[in-house]
Design a protein around this ligand. Structure first.
Ligand SMILES: Cc1cc2nc3c(=O)[nH]c(=O)nc-3n(C[C@H](O)[C@H](O)[C@H](O)COP(=O)(O)OP(=O)(O)OC[C@H]3O[C@@H](n4cnc5c(N)ncnc54)[C@H](O)[C@@H]3O)c2cc1C
Length: 416
């Protein structure tokens, strides 16, 4: 079914009886060309691009829970292309371009909103670092603008410019950054993949791999054994647990990250703002709630919930730049499991086991990467060669000393 304004009008006039389920609920077949383990944003995007760009549609996506129940439906919805390093920024700029055409591509309203991101700076040293980053962004074809204090004041007059512990001196503005309705991304990709024949199988947990003589030929699941020529793991926060079933020990730790939503307010925040002297980022959802987050909880966990000390820390960060939000009621908070890699950068690579592929290590920044990750993983699966924008995301980069350490903080995942 194609969605359009005409279709909405027709359904409205006929009692909304014609809408069809967005994807089917098939039983698994015995064998597929490709099995994707994990029905998050990245797994579904991979399935969509495999079927729609590479013509491979004998594909199953196996999801242990439900579509959108993982990080893709738990993040703070921010997309941006404002990285520094040459292995990262072209990839995120490619992702931004795919976001810009996503709704037309999937014929689904994902509410892509390029409302701009402002990273505040609070010292001369930080300004210089942002100028450097901005130049890196421009060189990769992204947009970047340095604002002084007056420039920030014009956009966000209610920030604390007078009495702040860390006075706001200006900001790095990235106008094409913004937000996307996160679970609609999962639904849109699921619809795109399903329409080309991909089987999306929910409540189907992968519990093991069939590996013999160094070749992976299928998976064991709660719905029985399923064979495949290629198995593509894409399970974000569960990466280390799932790959351990194949005997692999990854340079990844799982940690909790929380997100928060306040009661609905009238429009107050036109774009995304981030605090430069602490860790706090905020936007306003279309329903009016302020959506924000901050640091990781700082310990290893597979629980999708966090703890109170970080709630306090995040709220302090918010009040430091926007004292007015101290009076707003917090409505909801939740946690997601982050696949924190040791250098803060991801992996899209083959493994040493033939037929087994891995995508993960997205840390707390993988939502913005969803389209490019899906396209690059699909390319790898279809051609067995890395996509030009994902060449650096190799599993052996620590052994080679080729870390992609965007923040230069070393092998400490809780600092990335
Ligand atoms: C609170 C929070 C805020 C965030 N904010 C941002 C942000 O603003 N911008 C940004 O770019 N990124 C953000 N992120 C990060 C981003 O959400 C993730 O990096 C990204 O969603 C991970 O990829 P995914 O969507 O494929 O993961 P998921 O949606 O977690 O998908 C993985 C799926 O694998 C499934 N799975 C696990 N084990 C198995 C198994 N054995 N068998 C079958 N299926 C299995 C899981 O159930 C899950 O559905 C945030 C994350 C959190 C938690």
């Amino acid at each position: 079914m194609r969605y359009s304004a005409l279709r909405v009008i027709k359904e409205a006039l006929t009692g909304h009886k014609g809408w069809e389920p967005v994807w089917r609920s098939p039983e698994p077949k015995k064998h597929y060309d490709v099995i994707i383990v994990g029905g998050g944003g990245h797994g579904l995007a991979t399935a969509h691009y495999l079927a729609n760009q590479y013509g491979i549609n004998n594909v199953a996506v196996l999801e242990k829970g439900w579509i959108g129940g993982g990080n893709v439906g738990r993040n703070t919805t921010i997309i941006r292309s404002n990285y520094l390093l040459p292995e990262n920024e072209p990839f995120y700029e490619y992702s931004m371009k795919l976001w810009e055409g996503l709704e037309q591509d999937t014929n689904y309203n994902s509410m892509v909103s390029q409302r701009g991101i402002l990273n505040l700076y609070h010292s001369d040293g930080q300004r210089d670092a942002f100028v450097r980053r901005g130049n890196g962004m421009l060189m990769a074809g992204s947009d970047a603008e340095i604002l002084d204090q007056d420039g920030v004041r014009e956009l966000y007059p209610f920030l604390d410019f007078e009495n702040a512990r860390f006075p706001i001196k200006g900001g790095l503005l990235h106008k094409r950054g913004g937000t996307v309705r996160h679970d609609a991304v999962a639904w849109g990709y699921a619809r795109g993949a399903d329409s080309k024949g991909v089987d999306i199988i929910q409540n189907c947990e992968v519990t093991g791999f069939d590996i013999k003589d160094g070749v992976c030929t299928g998976v064991k699941t709660t719905k029985g054994d399923i064979g495949a020529n290629k198995i593509a793991v894409c399970v974000a926060g569960s990466s280390s647990r799932v790959m351990a079933q194949a005997g692999m020990n990854l340079p990844i730790e799982s940690q909790v990250l929380q997100a928060f939503v306040t009661e609905g307010l009238k429009p107050v925040l036109p774009g995304v703002v981030t605090f430069g002297a602490g860790h706090f980022y905020v936007s306003q959802s279309d329903k009016g709630g302020l959506v924000f987050g901050g640091d990781l909880d700082g310990y290893n966990s597979y629980a999708q919930r966090g703890n109170l000390p970080v709630v306090e820390d995040v709220c302090e960060g918010g009040i430091a730049i926007m004292p007015a939000i101290g009076r707003v009621k917090l409505l909801r908070s939740w946690g997601g499991i982050m696949d924190m890699s040791m250098d803060g950068s991801p992996f899209i690579d083959r493994t040493h086991i033939k037929g087994l592929y891995f995508n993960g290590g997205w840390c707390y920044g993988g939502f913005k990467a969803t389209p490019a990750s899906g396209m690059c993983y699909a390319h790898l699966l279809a051609t067995d060669t890395p996509h030009e924008f994902a060449k650096g995301f190799k599993l052996d980069r620590f052994r080679r000393g080729g870390m992609i350490d965007e923040k230069g903080v070393g092998a400490q995942p809780n600092l990335h």
